[in-house]
Design a protein around this ligand. Structure first.
Ligand code: PLP
Length: 385
């Protein structure tokens, strides 16, 4: 089966992990801070905090920004459930902003309308989480402006987008946000097995995240309530977790980061081949925002209404041909857990309409042109009238 996404792991990556296994530290050693420094430098952020997943990163990002009961977090319905679950972990209310039908990202005009309504009702969100769907940045200038005007904080869910940029600034530079988070799950752009990263330009947010990823414990005398005593002294000053990344993960991530630019360039070359080969078919191809350089985590097509077969049939046909297509995403608000919170089908019609027609085609840095040609020929065969 040709998967929709997969990791590219080299002998150099394998050696980096093996080296850790022969070293003194499997956790809390030198590789995690080295990976943090490398990611911060690569994306142009002042601070980076590595954790065991992007889900943990989102949770900590919400906590360090003070999200709690009585607050609200808004995100995009066209995302993985982790983008909104982080708000629920903190006891906050969650709501969604419908998507722009061209980018499939949170629509800034819709966000403004919803903020104006919320302001009248005295229910403005504390945090908005724009998701850079498929690796293409949201309009961060517009979202940053709204954040200043309406007084909310911004966490970029950049799980798809490391290696991308918005108006020349790397995603993760946090020029228009408080925090950005990355995922290093194997289907994402670079991997550490499981893993995630918080990046921010705010030193206080970073140090709180470092405490919370490790039980809420500090050894920094300046942060202690009762400093002094023996050198063994640590203090728990918050309620934290064990969200730490291991040294094996960090070594893999660090080695992968060296290939990031090449991986994204390879994704662009494959996407350009899809663009040309699929252009005559009844498919809506991905639209590239001229201000965004996408990391191209996903290549999503929508099946036109006048196509000879529907999404379900096309999906099954591709799977029968050994092509591991997928669908991103089932709108979060239609999940049973969210229905139970009061959301209904019809609440975010553009995300729902997009979802009903979407298929993610295989795309990953090491995909062979022969495999891609197989995907293309099955699509042409299925969609020819
Ligand atoms: C993958 C993903 C996550 C969660 O990442 P993990 O590292 O698997 O926890 C969150 N948000 C989005 C948009 C994702 O694609």
């Amino acid at each position: 089966m040709i998967p929709y996404g997969r990791q590219s792991v080299s002998e150099k990556d394998i050696q980096a992990v093996v080296d850790v296994l022969r070293s003194d530290f499997l956790t809390q050693g030198p590789r995690v801070p080295a990976f943090e420094r490398a990611v911060a430098a690569h994306v142009g952020a002042k601070h980076a905090v590595a954790v065991n997943s992007a889900t943990s990163a989102l949770h900590l990002a919400c906590l360090v920004l003070g999200l709690g009961a009585g607050d609200a977090l808004w995100t995009s319905p066209n995302s993985f459930v982790a983008s909104s679950n982080c708000g629920l972990y903190c006891g906050a209310r969650v709501d969604f902003v419908d998507i722009d039908p061209r980018t499939y990202n949170m629509c800034p005009r819709d966000l403004r309308r919803k903020l104006e309504t919320a302001r009248s009702a005295g229910r403005l969100p504390k945090i908005v989480v724009p998701v850079h769907f498929s690796g293409q940045s949201c309009d961060m200038d517009a979202i940053g402006e709204l954040a200043r005007e309406f007084g909310f904080r911004v966490i970029e869910d950049a799980s798809h987008a490391i290696g991308g940029s918005w108006r020349g600034s790397p995603v993760g530079s946090c020029a228009h946000s408080d925090i950005a988070v990355f995922s290093f799950h194997p289907v994402k752009i670079i991997t550490s097995g499981e893993g995630g990263m918080i990046v921010t330009n705010d030193a206080a947010l970073a140090s709180r995240a470092i405490e919370l990823r490790s039980h809420g414990v500090t050894r920094d005398p300046d942060r202690m309530v009762r400093p002094g005593g023996g050198a063994w002294r640590y203090e728990q000053i918050g309620l934290g977790f064990n969200y730490r990344m291991t040294e094996m993960q960090a070594a893999l991530g660090l080695s992968q980061l060296e290939e990031l630019v090449r991986f994204v360039v390879a994704r662009h070359a494959l996407a350009a081949r899809y663009d040309v080969a699929l252009s005559g078919l009844p498919l809506v191809l991905p639209w590239r925002h001229p201000d965004s350089y996408s990391a191209l985590h996903l290549y999503v097509v929508q099946i036109e209404d006048h196509a000879p077969i529907g999404r379900m049939e096309l999906f099954e046909r591709l799977r029968e041909e050994g092509i591991g297509v997928n669908v991103h995403y089932i709108p979060i608000h239609t999940q049973p857990y969210y229905s139970a919170l009061g959301f209904e089908v019809g609440d975010f019609p553009l995300a729902e309409r997009y979802y009903s027609r979407a298929i993610s085609l295989p795309l990953y840095a090491d995909m062979s042109e022969a495999d891609q040609d197989h995907v293309i020929s099955v699509l042409i065969e299925a969609l020819r009238r």
